[in-house]
Design a protein around this ligand. Structure first.
Ligand code: SF4
Length: 481
């Protein structure tokens, strides 16, 4: 009996050991397998992940230019209307894919966030930061896709820093790219064919942190511009012509806006007057306020200007570009007339619209007198605000080709292609004189006497106007010492 007990105990222990070992192996094996599966998913095996019922995740990133990173809280606030590209890409993403947006302009990027695919969009001066981010993500096994103006203008350069490049627009490329990625057959380039703008989805503004933006409600009604100014990269990105979204579709999207003020992110909203008139007419009953971008041609069409005002337009960014008619004619923008500028601005003010002008220094006909002349004209005409730029030959433009042929490009440091630095040899002054003149004009225009004189003459949207001027003054005095 004693032996039987011992045998039974020994058998029981052996059985238990065997059972435990098998269980332990099974546990370790399953744990390792799960780990392996996760690794496979983290690295580019999206097919495995989807087969195992995993959800594909996309992180869309808007990088930050170093210059804005240095701005104080109050100065940078003014530069923070929400951007449209990423909310729009998110809207074009199939519903079975989880998508999130990170805008480095308003918060630091969380690199720990899980993502199978990372999309980065950027303009030329943001290129280095975009490449830095791409390199960080790729080192961690993420697939990186890049798009936006710089990628569309220089796809070969951008491809060196990414797994795929989107050239041009997203409607006819983004869904295809995602499908290819899911099936492990990503192509190096996806080129858009300037698609029609009907039935496009509403931008996913719900993915933005509304409280971080000065104006979170944004929309685009048209794409491109009917004009073709030599320095403008628009036709190289969007092709020639002005494409229009059906007015009723634009209105339906505006109906979803929570705020009372919104932005039209069009390059030239009034480029096709017939369309703009229909849009503005249908917008009137909503009693919203809006800001946008348009050409000075709006002042030549009384009905268009009246409708813009009635529909809630309170401010327009207008490319006035120069107070020298020779310069305007030279760069194919002779439709802006210096002689009538003062009256054109007055018409806008009389309609309750403030004018933020784009002004460029460094055209081949500009000499050192251009800076003082510009300030004099701007104060006389009571231009409400000006973004002063140094002529910048963006890659892909006619201007870039011309200056490169003439061997006048000084360098290709993209971070300085932000319109605040001289990157080429001007014709009628030295690069240093151009830089100094630009910096001087900035400070002069935003000096207190200039602000007071202009506000007094303009008397348009005074509260908004004053805040914008003071913010721009802080920016100009901070940047152009
Ligand atoms: S009018 Fe403005 S948007 Fe149109 S081509 Fe000229 S600079 Fe570009």
């Amino acid at each position: 009996m004693g032996h039987e007990k011992l045998y039974f105990k020994a058998w029981f222990q052996a059985f238990w050991l065997l059972y435990f070992k098998t269980w332990l192996h099974a546990f370790i094996w399953s744990h390792e397998f799960l780990h392996f599966q996760r690794e496979m998913c983290m690295q580019k095996s999206i097919v495995v992940k989807i087969l195992w019922g995993g959800l594909m995740r996309i992180e869309l990133i808007q990088p930050l230019h170093a210059v804005y990173g240095k701005l104080g809280k109050r100065e940078s606030f003014i530069f923070k209307p929400a951007q449209l590209t990423m909310p729009y890409l998110a809207a074009l993403t199939p519903p079975d894919v989880e998508v999130s947006i990170s805008d480095e302009m308003v918060e630091p990027i969380n690199f720990q966030k899980e993502a199978d695919l990372v999309g980065i969009t950027f303009v030329t001066p943001f290129a280095y930061r975009a490449y830095e981010l791409a390199s960080l993500y790729r080192r961690n096994g993420r697939t990186v896709v890049m798009g936006g103006p710089h990628a569309s203008l220089l796809p070969e350069e951008v491809k060196k820093h990414s797994d795929a490049v989107v050239i041009g627009e997203a409607e006819d490329t983004w869904p295809m790219l995602i499908e290819d990625f899911k099936n492990n057959r990503l192509k190096p380039f996806y080129k858009s064919n300037s698609p029609e703008l009907h039935s496009i989805p509403h931008a996913r503004r719900d993915l933005l942190k509304r409280e971080k933006y000065i104006i979170p409600d944004i929309i685009q009604a048209t794409r491109g511009c009917p004009f073709s100014c030599d320095f403008c990269a628009l036709s190289s990105i969007y092709g020639k012509g002005h494409r229009l979204r059906p007015v009723d579709e634009v209105i339906r999207e505006i109906e979803t806006f929570q705020g009372n003020t919104f932005i039209f992110w069009d390059d030239n909203l009034v480029g096709t007057p017939r369309y703009a008139k229909e849009l503005f007419t249908k917008l009137i009953p909503y009693r919203k306020k809006w800001l946008g971008q348009g050409s000075l041609t709006i002042t030549k069409d009384r009905e268009l200007l009246e409708l813009a005002s009635k529909s809630g337009c309170i401010g327009l960014f207008i490319g006035i570009e120069s107070v020298s008619q020779d310069s305007l004619n030279l760069v194919n923008k002779g439709f802006n007339k210096v002689d009538t500028l003062k009256y054109d601005i007055k018409k806008l003010h009389d309609s309750g619209i403030i004018v933020w002008a784009g002004m460029i220094f460094g055209f081949d006909t500009d000499d050192k007198s251009i800076f003082k002349r510009t300030i004099e004209v701007a104060i006389k005409a009571a231009i409400d605000g000006i973004s002063f730029s140094i002529l910048t030959p963006y890659p892909g433009t006619r201007l870039f080709q011309k200056l490169e042929t003439e061997k006048r490009i000084l360098h290709y440091e993209w971070a300085k292609y932000n319109s605040e630095y001289v990157v080429f040899i001007p014709k009628r002054m030295s690069p240093e004189e151009l830089q100094e003149g630009h910096d001087w004009a900035n400070k002069e225009f935003y000096s207190i006497p200039s602000i007071v004189k202009r506000l007094f003459k303009s008397r348009t949207q005074l509260s908004l106007n004053t805040r914008l001027n003071l913010a721009d003054r802080r920016y100009s005095y901070g940047r152009f010492k």
